[in-house]
Design a protein. Sequence first.
Length: 240
Amino acid sequence: MKKLVFAAIALLGMQLSVSAQDTPTPPTPPEPPRPYAQRYDDDNPGKGIYVSFGVAGNDGFKMNYRLKAQGLPELNSTAFESTVGFYLMFKKLSFDFEFVGSYSDKKDAVNRVRNFNTGVNFRGHYNILTSDKFFVTGGADLGYSFNNFNINTRDRVIDLNDLNPANNPGHVNLYNDQFILGPSAAFGFLQNTDYKMRLNVGYNWAVLTGKWRSQYGNVENTFRENGQGHFYAKLTLMLD
């Protein structure tokens, strides 16, 4: 009798064991999204590249007074600006290092003025307000900017049988460089999607500016563009 009881208990245990193995394990619920400031820490910062497109403006070049006095087109106060950069995001701080370029073009019936601007910029921000969808940061920019502008007489004829520069007037090239510094802010949104965006705005001053010079000769009566202000507003796509 005891043998029958033990056999029945053993058979029942085997069936329960098989049933337990056949029962599927319930899936682990996904972890809820963490606020922006908690996604990264100082040992594991978020990082990636970004691209930006927007507009840059300035308070006006001093050079415009000389251009206007001589009846030439003035340099534009606004220009299209694009950026490629690299970002680091810590729990409380965020940093950008970027390459910046802008271009403007202005002309009249006789002359044409084109301005090319390139430079590098370093940005340090404190994370003021954060959530899983958006953030607000603020801080300062420090950068270097190179301005190159050309004045050309339109519709002039260049004879390839006479390339002597002395016989081909109608072009003036000038450039200067600036070290810029000023406050900036960033407003991030769509941070819980694959298309993380932010709006970058800032205002910088030319704290140290080189004189206007030329690649093709000496410049007389030159001057500096010290104190010039620059404003920018750019839409940024962040790529992890």
